[in-house]
Write a protein that binds this ligand. Structure first.
Ligand code: AGP
Length: 610
């Protein structure tokens, strides 16, 4: 994981750029942070264990003028979180920051030690610095040294390098991990992602695998691994830099929960045509899906839960059978897919290693591939045949919220497209489904008004040590998602179950110390059965928090502990609404417990290791 930033340009601006960039990259890892600036008296490095805040207090009162500069925020893989293992890493006159893993680092380390290099950290990264320095000492230029060193390195990486020997250059290289180049006025940047540079420029180049970028303050070149120049397009990014600020909210998570009406509106916009009763998803034609006889949806964590909801939607509207797999399992099962299978890879970041490898495996086996992702030009977007973007805007909080609802919207639209394309839906029904999704942003506004009520509820329940979440049908994945949210931000143990499974084991856990959150919006099929499941829990003295539709509360008075009333919605829309109170509940419970909500321990927003 880790976040990297590099800058070459105005010496009095370097430190500011590095710090602002790192603030926006900290979601990628926060075990340590560090910077390097090349000034008139050589390279100065400041680093610190833990969050960026620690580094910032070290930098207080320090004047660091110079250019170029490097910055890094770390999610530890090789070597414990410590100052010694914090980046940048140095060898002689070479300084390096790295995101990724060097798989053959041990052999290289042994070899470098035999040559007399001393290691000052336990990281795999340090071999990169020594290798580049070694080639430089043999007379290679910085660019050549990087090229030669990377011929010896196995693994995945995005790296930025500076050297005192060539103080007017930054060299960057990427393989499998994200690295973008951005162009300002007399300044050029490298960063792990776009938001890191948004305060300074909107002009961005998405580097491709194997690209080596050579930055000087007024120009840049990109070459392939052999040194041949390659051309890449410059994109102008229309994200508003303000969307990557907290905007008055205490945490990004809360802000992003409240951004959901806008996120779904932006994801729907331009894709449904009410008058024609039609759905348009760029790149997906009737002919492209005509021979698809099976769909496999893969993702991790929250994105996996979106796949589970997607299965219900697609099967209901198109009758195409759907399998859902954890991306981390798919690749190793010798998956049975062929050219008539559509494999859908779902990933907010578009960089998750497990999902990317699953996608590549599906392609290798001849499947059609479609990505649902939030990040323009991300790895998974580029690797798939077709991309449908969620337009949720940058999501900074480690816990996925608005990207999840946007993913569900894409699944809804895709299901509708497939249903129409297969003639499975009457005109009247498709029209109704379109109207239903268009009403969603307003319904979300409505459900977000529960904010203070859920905050009070959290105040009653935050001391419990375990939670169970139950749901059925479309809301079973929502129970899983509610439990995941609670776990990751509050560190409370929580399990999600299909409510019908309770009696097959988990019911043994129920007693007066077990809050059970039941997601039971009133719908045609499953509501009655859920009422039965709630009775089973109450009989065993479990404490039931019931999430149900307005109008159905009366029948529970007296025997359910707490209610949360959500708007009554059509069945296929209900998961998009019921997930919101669960996100808020997790947020406020975590807030009462005083955890680090946007950067929970041990986690990172982008998971680029298997
Ligand atoms: C969600 O809250 C988690 N932080 C995590 O499970 C996440 O959904 C998972 O790592 C997948 O990420 P992606 O969507 O970027 O691929």
């Amino acid at each position: 994981m880790c976040g990297i930033i590099a800058y070459i340009g105005k010496p009095d601006k370097t430190l500011h750029v590095l710090i602002e960039g790192l603030k926006r990259l900290e979601y990628r890892g926060y075990d340590s942070a560090g910077i390097a600036v090349l000034g008139s008296s050589g390279i100065r490095i400041v680093k610190s264990e833990g969050k960026l805040l620690n580094l910032l207090s070290r930098l207080e009162g320090v004047s660091l003028n110079g250019s170029p500069g490097l910055g890094h925020t770390r999610w530890a893989t090789h070597g414990v979180p410590s100052e010694r293992n914090a980046h940048p890493h140095v060898s002689g006159k070479t300084v390096v920051v790295h995101n990724g893993i060097i798989e053959n680092y041990q052999e290289l380390k042994d070899e470098l030690r035999r040559k007399g290099y001393r290691f000052n950290s336990d990281t795999d990264t340090e071999v990169i610095a020594h290798l580049i320095e070694d080639f430089s000492l043999k007379g290679f230029s910085l660019e050549e040294s990087v090229r030669e060193a990377f011929k010896l390195l196995e693994g995945t990486y995005a790296v930025a390098v500076i050297s005192e020997r060539e103080p007017n250059k930054v060299v960057g290289i990427r393989k499998f991990l994200p690295l973008i180049l951005a162009i300002g006025d007399g300044e050029v940047f490298l960063a792990s992602d776009i938001p890191a540079v948004l305060p300074f420029t909107r002009n961005v180049v998405l580097l491709e695998d194997g690209d080596i970028a050579i930055l000087e303050k007024n120009r840049f070149r990109i070459t392939d691994p052999e040194g041949r120049e390659v051309k890449r397009d410059v994109f102008s990014i229309d994200w508003d830099p303000i969307t990557v600020e907290k905007g008055g909210y205490k945490h990004f998570m809360l802000k992003e929960i409240h951004e959901q009406p806008q996120a779904v509106l932006d994801t729907i916009r331009g894709r449904v045509f009410l008058e024609e009763g039609r759905v348009f998803l760029k790149g997906i034609e009737d002919s492209w899906v005509a021979d698809v006889n099976r769909i496999v949806a893969v993702g991790c964590g929250t994105s996996y839960h979106a796949c589970l909801v997607g299965r219900y939607m697609i099967e209901k509207l198109s009758r195409i059978p759907v399998d859902v797999d954890l991306a981390s399992e798919f690749r190793y099962r010798e998956p049975v897919v062929d050219e008539k299978t559509l494999v859908i890879a779902v990933s907010q970041s578009g960089e998750t290693a497990d999902t990317s490898y699953a996608l590549l495996e599906a392609k290798r086996r001849g499947a059609k591939t479609l990505a649902i992702t939030n990040v323009f030009g991300s790895k998974i977007a580029r690797e798939s045949d077709v991309v449908v973007y969620t337009h949720a805007g940058p999501e900074i909080g480690v816990a996925s919220t608005k990207s999840f609802t946007a993913q569900l919207v894409v699944f809804y639209l895709l299901s509708l497209f497939l249903g129409i394309s297969r003639n499975r839906l009457t005109d009247a029904y498709s029209l109704q489904l379109i109207k239903d999704i268009l009403a969603l942003p307003q319904l979300l506004q409505h459900v977000l008004r529960l904010d203070s009520e859920i905050s009070a509820l959290a105040g009653e329940f935050y001391k419990y040590k375990n939670f169970i979440y139950l749901g059925r049908g479309l809301n079973y994945p929502i129970a899983l998602e509610g439990a995941l949210k609670l776990k990751e931000v509050s560190y409370i143990h929580a399990e999600g179950y299909a409510a019908g499974e309770m009696k097959h084991g988990p019911i043994a856990l129920i007693d007066e110390k077990m809050p059970v959150v039941v997601v039971a919006p009133q719908d045609e099929l499953l509501y009655r059965k859920l009422v039965g499941n709630i009775q089973e829990v109450k009989t065993r003295k479990g404490r039931v928090i019931l999430l149900t539709s307005k109008g159905s509360v009366n029948e529970f008075y007296g025997w359910v502990d707490r209610f949360v009333e959500i708007p009554k919605t059509p069945y296929l829309i209900s998961p998009l609404i019921s997930v919101v109170p669960l996100q808020l509940l997790a947020y406020y419970i975590a807030s009462y417990r005083g955890t680090d909500i946007d950067q929970p321990r041990n986690l990172a927003k982008v998971v680029t290791v298997e």
